[in-house]
Design a protein around this ligand. Sequence first.
Ligand code: ATP
Ligand code: MG
Length: 365
Amino acid sequence: MTLKRLLIQNLRNLSNVDISPSPEVNLFYGENGSGKTSILEAVNLLALGRSFRSHKHKALINYQQASFTVFGKVLGQDHSEVPIGINRTQEGEAFFKANGVNVPSAADLAIYLPAQVINSDTFLLLEGSPKVRRQFIDWLVFHVEPNFFPAWKAIQRCLKHRNSLLRRDRIDSFELAPWDQELVSLTETIHRFRAICIEHFNACIDELLEEFVKVDGIKLSYYRGWDKDTAYAEVLSTGVERDQRLGYTHLGSHRADLKITVKGQDAAEILSRGQQKLLVCALKIAQGFVFNQLTGRKCIYLVDDLPAELDEKYRSLLVNWLNKMKTQVFITGVERETLLSSWRDYTDITPKMFHVEQGRVTETG
Ligand SMILES: Nc1ncnc2c1ncn2[C@@H]1O[C@H](COP(=O)(O)OP(=O)(O)OP(=O)(O)O)[C@@H](O)[C@H]1O
Ligand SMILES: [Mg+2]
């Protein structure tokens, strides 16, 4: 997948941007506050329907405007062209469009432009809550298994009903039974989808870890959300009193995690900040590889402020891997030369350069 054209209107300080990115490497440079991250944010909005910076859509709309629009032309692996767009208003309305028709949700856009983000927030993957790592796994599962998202949505609905029953003063077991039954079947489905993806993921992560982190004893293990030796139906029935006390369903696929350890200890407590960043880079590259392996498609990479996040040696390592993947990348940085040198010195690619200046974007070569 590549983004062939990108149009942005009234997103933060970007009032009117119209660029035709290279299918390979796109570098955006400019002063602090010029709008570089906002460009990646715009691409991510097309990719995911939401920002990686804010959950408040109003923060994204230019102060003086009623709405923002991001439009992109995506070129598929089969050379088909799909126009996709998103528009959000101050009133909270959201419009998603793909192939000329309105689609109901961001998830309907997400299939067209799979994207991996590497920025200062994603580097917190190890320190963050299990939810962050669950989202990391589920990105892959979502893009690989079309039945994942409907099952995931059905689980949310089921949990909501079950939890509201649990909070009632009196419940009879026959009232919970239909929800438990559905929950068991959906949970096993979700677990199976996740386990398959993790297996592929584990098959390629070691080589990357060796290059990026060089620390012995790093281990990734998938926790399904409940004890692996107990059937989920049993977990629900034996845990019902505790669930009632808590007022929610304690265990299940909504508690899954990707546990990352070094010699048995939580990696977040052992690895240095720099090593954590490198580990996250390895995980992100592995995602792209497995995605490609399982679907034949490629995801794009959005890397924010690369020079500030990694030193030269590891910048070149990341650049080398991105280059190996032959995928479209968007990278930002303050200084033109520092940004360009990683590519010029380590690959034979000539990136497209864009200068960002007070919300205006100009192609400079
Ligand atoms: N809703 C908004 N309306 C108008 N301007 C905004 C809005 N939200 C943020 N801005 C401004 O938009 C500019 C772009 O910010 P952005 O984070 O994209 O810059 P940047 O080039 O990535 O900077 P840095 O190098 O510091 O990371 C900033 O000057 C910011 O103050
Ligand atoms: Mg920035």
